[in-house]
Structure formats: C-alpha cells, structure tokens
Design a protein around this ligand. Structure first.
Ligand code: EPZ
Length: 425
C-alpha cells in the first residue's frame, strides 16, 4: 500500500475542456464484488477494476482473509490461499469504511465473522444498524465488543426483512444482507432494498456464481438460498459518479466533452438537472456528449437514494452552482453534514450559506484560485472542478482523498486540455 502522501494538484483555471474521456469501472461496484469472492473457494476473475487506493485496500483485506489476489491492467484474479481468517482488522477497516461489506460474505461462507466497527467519517456518523438488523433477521448472533462486530450462526435461515432506515435505503446493508441470504436456507425477501446500479451489479455477479436472486435494482429483492457458490468471471459496470463528474467538468469550463463507456440510464437524475439548467446532453449508444456554450441557469437539487439525485454528485454540483449567477439551493438528505467542501469553495470566492441540510448558493461569475484542502473523496472532486474555472492558480492539497475513487483524474483532465499537474510532496 502506498503511504498516505501529501501530494497536491496544481491547476491553472480558465481552459474550456474539449475532447474525449473514457470512464473507468465503478469503485462502489468493484468493492462489494471483490468481497463476494470470499463466498467461494474457486477462482474468480473480475475485469474493469479501477486502480484506486480503495481497490488496493480491498485487495489487501482479501489477502489477510486468506485469498491470493493478482491485479494486472484492471483484471483481478482471486484464488484461495492455504489458510482462511474470519477477522477483518481495525487497521484496514478504519482506512476504508466500505470494507464492512466483507461481513455478510464471511458470515455466509464461514458462519462467523469479526469485523472492526467502522468509524464515522467527515461526511457523517455512518451507522450500521441496518446491517445488524438484517443479519440478525437471518439468524446471526451479533456481539459488539472492543470496537469489533462479531457475527456467528450455526446456520442462516431466510426471512422477510425490511431494510429501510431514517435516511431511506442502505447500499452496503443491502449488499451485506443479500450476500448472507444467498447461502442461507430457504427464501429471503428484502424490502426497501437499495436500488443503486452497483447493488444490481453485485447481484449479477452472485447469479453468475450460482446464486438465485431476482428483483435486484428494485426495492424488493428475492433470494432463494443455495448450498454452494462456484467461481465466476465478471466485468464491473462503468462508474456513474466519475461520468457525472466529467459531465459537470464540461459545464463548469463551458467545454465540449464526449464521455465514453457510460450507461446513461444510471445518470437520469443528473442529466435531468443538467437539461433543466439549459444544456442538452446528447446520448449515443455507450457514450454521452456534453457541450456548453452559454451561461447555464441556476437549479435546485435534493439528494435521494437511486434513482434520485446521487449524494455522491452533490459536492460537484455545488461547485457548478457556485459559478452560476442566481440563487440555487442544494439539499442533502442522505448525509446532512456532507458540506465540508463549502468552506473551501467560499475561500475561493464562492458565496454559499449553510442552513442545516441546505446550502444556499448565490452564484457569481468568478472564483479566484487559492490553496484549498481536500477532506473527502467527492469534496476533493468539487475543489478540482472549481479550480478548473477559477482565475489563477488553485492548489488542492491532500489529494489522496481524490485517489481513493478517481483513476488517473489529473491525466484524464490534462488530455482534455486542462492545465493541471501533480506536485509530489
Ligand atoms: C454507499 O455507502 C457508497 N459507498 C457511498 O459512496 C454513497 O455515498 C452511499 O452508498 C449512498 O449512496 C460504497 O458503495 C462503497 P448507505 P453506504 O448505507 O452503503 C444511513 C463514495 O463517495 N444508514 O447507503 O455506506 C447512512 O448514514 C461513497 O463513493 C443508516 O442509517 O451508504 C446514510 O445516511 C461515500 N443505517 C444513508 O443511510 C445503516 O445501517 C445511506 O447510507 C446504514 C446506513
């Protein structure tokens, strides 16, 4: 694992981005699918995996749990090593909250699991009550002690489980419960399941391994337990959040970008808002073209579970509205505190006022370059977008946050004409 370097990105703003960019595989699909390889002793080949800090962390977690993982040019080959462990330790889980999605697979395969209780992060407290509720409903005994969650079960039995929480459905809770249910006895129905495309992609991989799942991608997922899963090969879906970030990069720089390897049906809410702002998004078979020649209009957004406007696009959209004259309101319903980017954008001359889960933006034409600090993955993307249009030089520090979820971001932007370079600490 590369050390947490303090590299930074230096951007000279003002270039209209033009050209083509190809989207990488979806981080939030790759992570649970890699975790699902724990459910078989056979070899699995996963293609289209983005080279990110987070995928590297998941490879490391699988190795500590007894898997051999070879990764080359986007393809991970996962095979079983000699010894198995059911313990995912604090050191690794604290680096990446998503590693909590090994809980369901370990419980399903080994009938026991001990995973560090994931901490919160800058975007919110990140509870796991729905994960625990679902696994208990399948018959697991859950114990929380010394910062670890231990789950065990002589056997798991299917059940009817309502997984809706105060903030709506939960992506990783749906993943964990679905994976545990795949090897449980009998039928499981998950109501208020997350509908995100990455949950559906995980289900497709599990079905290739021999699971019996239907309804994935809808609020009701039905699973008929099976006794055994075999190895499988799978290609990860494209990353809709990376694609959305490049759509907004075209708008904020008044550019003309063709985005390749994208499933537009995963971007409905964002494309709708972009069109409401006055920009036509041209859809070709597996690509989009976004050109923005004139001033866009301010629009309001509210984040919701899929198919609503994605919370993972909120920070980036806030940047765009910061340079769009007029008033817009951003309401964050998934993580009400997910506004770490606001203070940094205001340091660049934005005029954003927080009111609880709302950000009230008085958009103005110019931002000025500054030294700003990345705090989390999507906040760092929002600061890069702001730097692309700000007057003068913007330095984004702590870009290891960006490298968690965007593959070769600065190289992709440079190829579109951005004046951007990475400064090694
Ligand atoms: C996934 O996180 C994504 N991560 C997040 O992306 C994304 O922001 C989030 O879904 C929402 O879309 C991965 O897929 C690896 P949730 P997850 O459980 O599953 C509350 C990124 O930038 N909740 O769907 O952890 C929770 O607090 C990351 O790529 C409970 O109340 O999110 C939140 O308010 C950031 N109880 C809401 O539900 C629970 O047991 C949605 O969270 C679990 C969650």
């Amino acid at each position: 694992m590369r050390s947490l370097n303090m590299d930074k990105l230096v951007i000279e703003g003002g270039v209209a981005l033009k050209g083509e960019v190809s989207i990488s595989g979806a981080k939030n699909s790759a992570l649970p699918i890699l975790a699902a390889t724990l459910m078989t002793d056979d070899a699995c080949i996963i293609k289209g995996i983005p080279e990110l800090r987070d995928t590297e962390t998941m490879f490391k977690i699988l190795r500590t749990l007894g898997k051999n993982v070879e990764f080359d040019r986007g393809i991970a080959t996962v095979t079983s090593g000699r010894r198995k462990s059911h313990i995912a330790d604090y050191e690794l889980v604290s680096k990446m909250r998503a590693s909590f999605c090994v809980l369901g697979p370990l419980l399903a395969k080994l009938k026991k699991a001990k995973v560090s209780y994931p901490g919160g992060c800058v975007i919110g407290i990140r509870p796991v009550d729905l994960h625990i509720k679902g696994l208990k409903a399948l018959g697991a005994d859950i114990d929380i002690d010394a910062g670890y969650i231990s789950a065990s079960a002589d056997s798991l039995k299917g059940n009817l489980i309502y997984l809706g929480g105060v903030f709506g459905s939960s992506v990783l809770a749906t993943d964990n419960v679905m994976m545990a249910a795949v090897l449980a006895r009998g039928k499981t129905t998950i109501e208020s399941a997350a509908c995100e495309p990455e949950v559906a992609d995980l289900a497709e991989f599990l079905i290739k391994m021999g699971a019996e799942i239907s309804g994935h991608g809808t609020p009701v997922i039905e699973i008929e337990g099976v006794k055994h899963l075999h190895g499988a090969e799978h290609r990860i879906i494209p990353d809709r959040i990376e694609a959305g970030t490049f759509i907004l990069a075209s708008l904020i720089t008044r550019g003309d970008i063709t985005i390749k390897n994208v499933l537009s049906q995963h971007l409905g809410a964002l494309i709708d808002k972009v069109q409401e702002a006055g920009v036509q998004v041209r859809r070709m078979d597996s690509s989009l073209r976004v050109s923005c020649r004139r001033q866009i209009k301010p629009v309001n957004i509210t984040t919701l579970p899929f198919p609503g406007f994605p919370t993972d696009m909120q920070a980036q959209f806030t940047s765009l509205m910061s340079v769009t004259p007029g008033i817009s309101v951003v309401t964050e319903k998934i993580y009400p505190d997910r506004f770490m980017h606001v203070a940094e954008l205001n340091r660049m001359g934005a005029n954003i006022q927080r009111e609880g889960p709302h950000a009230i933006i008085s958009g103005n034409k110019d931002l000025s370059g500054a030294v700003v600090m990345a705090s989390d993955l999507r906040a760092s993307a929002s600061l890069v977008l702001a730097g692309l249009i700000a007057k003068g030089k913007t330095t984004v520090t702590r870009i290891y946050h960006l490298e968690r979820g965007y593959e070769n971001m600065e190289k992709k932007l440079e190829e579109l004409g951005a004046r951007i370079k990475k400064d090694k600490e």
